[in-house]
Design a protein around this ligand. Structure first.
Ligand code: SAH
Ligand code: SF4
Length: 453
């Protein structure tokens, strides 16, 4: 799963179901899409009871921080943000400050000591806890536990265009560098019917693209009585009328079976875009990472995907500077990426996480060397993306428009490439055919080429 360094403020303004009560909430989110989904649900719950969003914490009647600890840099940002809130808390002691996300799990006592100005700590997705600082939530008609995970206010112009839907929580792998299983627990799949109903609910409110989420999204279903697989779930969701695009992330190579790839190829709504982290291109490093597959196995999964879907785009995650990674082993990663030519590579420098297996090993690659390896892969990727995008010049692609930036509409192709274009029409949330007139490594620019739908 991509743990983006981006920080998001939630959500775009949208009217609440209950009349506004004059109160405002401020939500700050860092980390993976699971956190994005949790924050969206918290925002929706608060709007249900009359709160409105604000992007100024000084105007808020409640402040929620959603944290990530996958790398030290993320943890430091959360600590910095928490410390900066002390001033607000001194000036307005009645405003509750809430911390959720991976920083919280099993750490509440220590966090309470370190950040005494925080009023409530709650584990990821344990939304019922919010009632302790927002008593109005007890008045929600529905039992909180029964609310769809991603819950949108029932208002015609508030629906999002895209939505994240968690389908499996936790992770049963124990990759030696990763803190996620310690903070998110064992894999728990949501019932298939519940997910299908939730996606139906979202589509009914205007959502056109859904991304199914899990740390190991393609392990979906193995813990359920009827053992549905991700392919079954994709089929059931694809049958929902009105859903244009369906994606899923993040997949583990070991669970990326032919039947899932076949379903991607055959189901109309499922986008031809695969997120399959390899982490390293050297078998010895993969073994020490406890990844449980080889370089060739990952390469074979990509080859099968491309054989079934010639235009498929591929994203992957890489960690550079893992303990003991030699220059030759790093070169293996470089060569693998040079051969496979992914469309997107999420690069991370290794960061030891207390409590994980690899944190017991010496973090022996100096920071400047990690940076050099990171830069080398970034440069390689830039070359690949420059070449790939240049070939799209004059192509006409279908773009789902998600917003506007600097006077141009912005959206993505089915393959997840960013496209910007100018159009006099109001095309937010529409699918638009766009002819590409300019390319760059990271996005395409174009002009509308036909009617919208
Ligand atoms: N479940 C996903 C990844 C979840 S964590 C998978 O199996 O790939 C998101 C990304 O953060 C990982 O893919 C990895 O590249 C990075 N990451 C996780 N732990 C890290 C660490 N200790 N140091 C650096 N990067 C790390
Ligand atoms: Fe972490 Fe590995 Fe689980 Fe991904 S599969 S969340 S990297 S332990």
């Amino acid at each position: 799963m991509q743990d983006k360094p981006t920080i998001t403020l939630h959500p775009a303004a949208s009217p609440a179901r209950l009349a506004p009560n004059g109160k405002h909430f401020f939500i700050w989110t860092i980390g993976c899409q699971m956190n994005e989904a949790d924050s969206a649900k918290i925002a929706a719950m608060l709007q249900e009871v009359g709160y409105q969003p604000t992007d100024r914490e000084d105007d808020a009647d409640i402040v929620v921080l959603n944290s990530c600890v996958v790398r030290q840099a993320a943890e430091d940002k959360v600590a910095g943000k928490l410390n900066s809130l002390m001033r607000l808390k001194r000036a307005k002691p009645e405003v509750p400050v809430v911390l959720t996300g991976c920083m919280v799990t099993n750490q509440q006592a220590a966090l309470q000591q370190r950040f005494p100005h925080v009023d409530l700590f709650f584990n990821p997705s344990d939304f019922g806890q919010l009632e302790r600082v927002v008593p109005e939530l007890a008045d929600l008609d529905d039992d909180l536990a029964d609310l769809p995970h991603y819950y949108l206010p029932d208002s015609p112009d508030s629906a999002g265009i895209t939505a994240f839907v968690p389908i499996i929580y936790g992770c049963n792998f124990l990759c030696s560098y990763c803190i996620v299983p310690y903070r998110r627990g064992k894999e728990r799949s949501r019932p298939l019917a519940e997910i299908v109903a939730e996606v139906g609910h979202l589509v009914g409110r205007g959502v056109r693209e859904v991304t199914l989420l899990g740390q190991t999204v393609n392990a979906y279903g193995h813990d359920l009585a009827e053992k549905p697989g991700l392919a079954d779930l994709l089929g059931a969701i694809d049958a929902i009328p009105g859903l244009e695009r369906l994606r899923f992330l993040t997949s583990h190579p070991n669970y990326m079976s032919n039947d899932i790839i076949d379903a991607m190829a055959e189901l109309e709504s499922v986008c031809e875009h695969m997120n399959l982290p390899v982490q390293a291109g050297d078998d010895d490093v993969l073994r020490r990472m406890r990844r449980k597959y080889s370089r060739d196995y990952w390469r074979d999964r990509i080859a099968y995907t491309r054989a079934r879907m010639p235009g498929a785009t591929i994203a992957t995650d890489i960690i550079v500077g893992f303990p003991g990674e030699t220059e030759a082993q790093f070169q293996q990663t470089y060569d693998l990426l040079d051969e496979v030519r992914c469309d997107k590579v999420h690069l991370a420098m290794y960061s030891p996480r207390p409590g994980t297996l690899s944190a017991r090993w010496e973090d022996d690659i100096p920071h400047h060397e990690k940076q050099r390896r990171h830069q080398a892969l970034e440069t390689l990727q830039e070359h690949h993306c420059t070449d790939r995008n240049a070939k799209r010049l004059h192509d006409t692609v279908e773009v789902l428009v998600e917003g506007m930036a600097k006077g141009r509409w912005t959206g993505r192709t089915r393959g997840n490439t960013l496209v910007h274009f100018a159009d006099e029409r109001r095309v937010l949330g529409k699918l638009v055919a766009v002819t590409i007139t300019e390319t760059s490594p990271w996005f395409l620019i174009g002009k509308p080429a036909g009617p919208v739908r």
